[in-house]
Design a binder for this molecule. Sequence first.
Ligand SMILES: C[S@@+](CC[C@H](N)C(=O)[O-])C[C@H]1O[C@@H](n2cnc3c(N)ncnc32)[C@H](O)[C@@H]1O
Length: 162
Amino acid sequence: MVATCDYVPTSEARAREMLSLAGVKEGEVVYDLGCGTGEILIVAAEEFGARCFGIEVNSRLVAWAREEVERRGLEDRVRILHGNIFDPRFWLHLGGDPDIAVANADVVTCYLTLWVQEELRPLIERELAQGARVVSREFRLASWKPVKVKRGIYLFEKGRSF
Ligand SMILES: C[S@@+](CC[C@H](N)C(=O)[O-])C[C@H]1O[C@@H](n2cnc3c(N)ncnc32)[C@H](O)[C@@H]1O
């Protein structure tokens, strides 16, 4: 069974807080795991100059996100991938596109239930590069030590937090 959870969007203001806490810099690679309609990534691309990838399992949300990305002219900076965040082809350069691998991320954003995050934990711990940041809304993994916490947003860093 695929670990999943419902769609609840992050507002632009909240996305800005997450990306600011993570200190996203121009040109950095941001992945949103379970990106919904792409709200976080649109802010990351437009306001922080990031190169963004979102993975989303729900095809209707994918279509909506792609439409919004196109409407804003962000196709060169935001890619929305349809599928399950646990699929290894999104993590390990297995999909034939060298650009697509969560292992490339400077920053991973997620707003997922604790259950889904807990399932993801081994993949994140194994695949992210040293120093990569994970910024999570609302739910925090008990075994990771946050490097920053602000208004329900938790920032973690590989090498320091886990
Ligand atoms: C709480 S919403 C957050 C959406 C977006 N990240 C935001 O903050 O606006 C969680 C999203 O994760 C997606 N999701 C849950 N489990 C998933 C899985 N296993 N693979 C891909 N997407 C998943 C859901 O469909 C939903 O859109």
